[in-house]
Design a protein around this ligand. Structure first.
Ligand SMILES: [Zn+2]
Length: 245
């Protein structure tokens, strides 16, 4: 049985009930539904805890994709959970909120640097994208200014589904050359930021760009003849960002 991906439609939910559907080796626990994002698309797997009905708190150290659409939560071995048991899932919310903000900021980076993306990584303190820039060059301070203008403009961030055939008819929508969009059920999840960005993405995002808060381009580094790595960090006094109401 596949796991219902609650983080897709409820990206700001921090706590939810779930039922254990499978127990794997090395502390793996699968549930019928989850708020925990499994590592993928450059975004780390969520951490947090499962709270049992008898009040035990079990740390979730990481979350990964499993077979057949299952989501595997990695607990400490010896957790004692059994199939059929109910648990309350609690996200490590400050970490996940930072990932959502940085993830959305990287979408904006792909707007101000309109070149093919060859790789990327998201963290709570920093994020980066690698671009196939060819001969193009960019200035750190100018990029920082343009990013913060897009953030302050408070563009709404929404998602929708299109068919795989529709995506195949518009290959220009895929900006990331290194990661194929998630396929399988015949549908592709598209993420839209106002009228400035529209691309396939399965990650979690903030609801509007102002929630990101100020960012700064920390470095632009050479990664081979054509590739440049652009790293973003939070701007001044923006470790927490604007919490959603
Ligand atoms: Zn995304």
């Amino acid at each position: 049985m596949s796991t219902a991906l609650l983080f897709r439609e409820l990206p700001t939910a921090r706590e939810s009930l779930a039922t254990v559907t499978a127990i794997g080796d090395d502390g793996v626990v699968v549930t019928d539904a989850t708020l925990f994002y499994p590592h993928g698309g450059g975004q780390p797997g969520d951490r947090g805890a499962f709270i049992t009905a008898d009040g035990r708190t079990l740390a979730v150290n990481d979350t990964r994709k499993g077979e057949g659409g299952q989501v595997c939560h990695l607990l400490d071995p010896g957790h004692g959970l059994e199939v059929g048991q109910s648990v309350t899932q609690q996200l490590d919310w400050p970490r996940r909120w930072a990932h959502m903000r940085m993830h959305t900021a990287l979408h904006l980076l792909s707007v101000v640097v309109p070149h093919g993306v060859t790789g990327g990584s998201i963290g709570a303190d920093r994020g980066r994208l690698d671009f196939d820039l060819g001969d193009a060059s960019f200035d750190k301070d100018e990029l920082t200014e343009r990013l913060n203008a897009l953030i302050a403009a408070d563009h709404p961030v929404t998602s929708e589904w299109i068919s795989e055939a529709e995506l195949d008819a518009h290959p220009e929508l895929v900006k990331t050359m290194s990661v194929a969009p998630p396929r399988g059920a015949g549908e592709i999840r598209m993420v839209r930021i106002g009228d400035i960005d529209y691309q396939p993405c399965g990650g979690t995002h903030v609801a509007s760009t102002a929630e990101i808060g100020p960012v700064r381009v920390a470095s632009i580094k050479n990664r081979g003849a054509r590739n440049r790595r652009i790293t973003l960090v939070w701007g001044d006094d923006n470790a927490q960002g604007g919490e959603p109401s």
